[in-house]
Design a protein around this ligand. Structure first.
Ligand code: KG4
Ligand code: ZN
Length: 335
């Protein structure tokens, strides 16, 4: 039959992105316009600045995505757009744009939950079919999700305080490193000694699949502060490596618990921290030992992008699950 061509739009945080996907799997284009250089000056994302930039960028980014894909608006089967969670002003830019286009062209609009999008990034690089477990690790989220079928999600564990990416960003900021800190700390960690500092691991209790990273973050900050008080030097690379070892050990261990508890033996990893080299190596190694499957998105699809949003919209398109044009952005939308 006729191919299904979905335009994805993502504006939930600091990337304006548009992508064209054919039949749910084939990326025809994926344009990401990052605002990181702008937000760096403030050490984090400034919501008003983000919305404004999305307004300025969205037209050009969509046009570029269509051009690169070699399609026109008339070729589109549907538009998939992130409508939460995220910064409400930022989300609204994408949602309003999608509404206008769907109304003008008379094509369906599909609202996509951002975290579902991150999970679906795995299906763009030969990921596995449900039932799956998803380890979601981004700047705003850290959770283990059971996905029995497409579009069905069940929480097994979540962070009780900071998200993993947030802990990376806060530790990096305290070390005087630029935003976003995750990639920089990851790079530094490769050169450091992961056993230099015995930072705490929050297991909570033997069974729990919940996470806590605020104690770890405080321990890292205290270690640097105390060293400075004593006039001692601390090595950036050793702090980074020891911090990363603590984060990765907890993420891997809790994932293994989830596999054992549910008997679901396929794991996908989702969100910006899925790009982390330490996590990729450690989880892959552990999965081999335990005999379960693990899949990561390709590196460029770990952080925010519209390809994952279009990919998540595809099974909804197939199921005829469309949204009305009165769809609203929801800042705290859950899976
Ligand atoms: O998924 P994402 O692009 O945005 C959210 O939805 O939150 O994730 C961004 C987060 C940031 O906290 C960033 O520091 C972190 O992902 N991150 C990393 C790496 N690359 C991005 N954290 C650790 N190691 C990395 N290589
Ligand atoms: Zn994200």
């Amino acid at each position: 039959g006729k191919p299904v061509v979905i335009l994805g739009i993502e504006t939930s945080c600091d990337e304006t992105s548009a992508s064209v996907i054919r039949d749910g799997r084939e990326i025809l284009s994926n344009v990401v316009s990052s605002q990181i250089e702008i937000h760096k000056r403030f050490g984090g994302v400034v919501p008003e600045v983000a919305s404004r930039r999305h307004v300025e960028n969205v037209n050009g980014v969509v046009e570029e995505a269509l051009t690169q894909a070699g399609v026109t608006l008339d070729d589109l089967s549907a538009v998939g757009v992130t409508y939460g969670p995220g910064l409400v002003g930022a989300l609204l830019v994408g949602v309003a744009w999608a509404k206008g286009l769907c109304f003008a062209k008379g094509i369906p609009m599909i609202g996509v939950q951002h975290i579902a999008g991150h999970i679906y990034a795995n299906f763009l690089s030969g990921g596995m079919e449900p039932p799956l477990l998803a380890l979601v690790v981004s700047g705003g989220h850290t959770e283990i999700v059971h996905m029995p079928a497409h579009g069905e999600f069940e929480f097994l564990g979540r962070t009780r305080d900071d998200a993993a990416g947030e802990a990376y960003d806060k530790v990096a900021r305290a070390m005087g490193l630029p935003y976003p800190g995750g990639p920089v700390v990851d790079r530094l960690a490769q050169e450091g000694n992961p056993e230099a500092y015995p930072f705490p691991r929050a297991w909570i209790d033997d069974e729990s699949m919940d996470f806590s990273f605020s104690g770890l973050k405080s321990a890292v900050l205290n270690t640097m502060h105390n060293a400075e008080q004593r006039g001692e030097e601390w090595k950036q690379a050793d702090i980074a490596a020891s911090f990363q070892a603590a984060v990765v050990e907890v993420l891997v261990e809790k994932t293994v618990r989830a596999v054992r508890k549910t008997g679901v033996r396929n794991v996908v990893v989702a969100g910006g921290v899925a790009a982390n080299r330490g996590l990729r190596a450690a989880l892959q190694k552990r999965a081999e030992l335990e005999g379960f499957g693990v899949h990561f998105p390709s590196l460029d699809l770990c952080t925010d992008n519209a390809a994952m949003i279009a990919a998540a919209a595809f099974p909804m398109y197939e199921a005829g699950r469309f949204h009305d044009l009165d769809l609203n952005a929801v800042a705290s939308l859950s899976l």
